[in-house]
Design a protein around this ligand. Structure first.
Ligand code: FES
Length: 134
């Protein structure tokens, strides 16, 4: 019985992933395959989810992997994100405050629950009016 419940929990987590954006601790959920795609990076990427669900995440290049303003640091659930491809890894090398857990929000596709931090410099940029157009 416990195995069945554990399997059901995994299925629900896969179908309705939760993304926790810190430090605001804003938790959003989305049903995989149901977000209206508005060309915010890869479909169901952290950026796509953020902009669809009211979380400010800078994205100066519009999600085309040409800047690093969507830089986030993965705190939990790294295995629930798509693997970074060569383009993302090359671009990440230019990110301010790069860490071993850094990802580009527009490239990291969410497949399960994750917790990510929006770096301070990015939050400052948005609060000072630098928010990219949706
Ligand atoms: Fe420019 Fe992600 S928005 S690299």
């Amino acid at each position: 019985m416990l195995a069945i419940e554990a399997t059901l929990v995994r299925i629900v987590q896969w179908v309705v992933p939760k993304v926790n954006f810190v430090p605001e601790n804003k938790v959003v959920e989305f049903e995989s395959g149901k977000l209206p795609y508005s060309d915010h990076g890869k479909p169901e990427s952290l950026l796509d989810i953020a902009l669809n669900l009211g979380v400010d995440l800078e994205h100066a290049c519009g999600g085309s992997c040409a800047c690093t303003t969507c830089h986030v640091i993965v705190l939990e659930g790294e295995n629930n994100l798509s693997e970074p491809d060569d383009d993302e890894l090359d671009r990440l090398e230019m990110a301010a405050g790069l860490t071993l857990r850094s990802r580009l929000g527009c490239q990291a596709v969410v497949k399960g629950d994750v917790k990510v931090e929006i770096p301070q410099w990015n939050r400052n940029y948005i609060s000072e009016g630098g928010k990219s157009r949706l």
